[in-house]
Design a protein around this ligand. Structure first.
Ligand code: THU
Length: 134
């Protein structure tokens, strides 16, 4: 199976395992790290709503825990009325482990529907250089 198909399959597994009894909005995410491994995440909600976490966040956690360092591509999958886009907080989280070559695939169950760069989705994100001061 080619890597992109594998990435979609991994995100689909995440989608199917998502725990979202409050929003009923199920999200799967899968990361292809620069060393060629795939890490999966899903959204995990909580009765105390702010305690819930996003699929991308959990996929990043899996990547770091698994020894991955950088995101080559991330695929986010949901079945909303419109195509899913990562939330603002997750764009910031993705940026932390990305560079200008990082690809974001937006997908539904049937396949990838849109391919974007992180710069297109987050053109002015807060970055390490912004921490510098005199
Ligand atoms: N959600 C994600 O998992 N990723 C996103 O980028 C957008 C939103 C989840 C959070 C919550 O469990 C549900 O979708 C509805 O907001």
């Amino acid at each position: 199976m080619d890597k992109i198909k594998e990435l979609h399959q991994a995100a689909l597994t995440g989608f199917e395992r998502a725990y979202a009894p409050y929003s009923n909005f199920y999200v799967g995410a899968a990361i292809l790290s620069t060393d060629g491994n795939i890490y999966t995440g899903c959204n995990v909600e909580n009765v105390s709503y702010p305690c819930g976490s996003c699929a991308e966040q959990n996929a990043i956690g899996a990547m770091i825990t698994g020894g991955g360092k950088k995101i080559k591509a991330i695929l986010i999958l949901a079945e909303g009325k419109d195509l899913i886009k990562p939330c603002g907080a997750c764009l910031q989280r993705i940026q932390e482990f990305s560079d200008e070559n990082t690809t974001i695939f937006l997908a539904d169950k049937s396949g990838i529907k849109q391919t974007l760069s992180l710069a297109e989705l987050l053109p002015h994100g807060f970055a390490e250089k912004d921490l510098k001061h005199d």
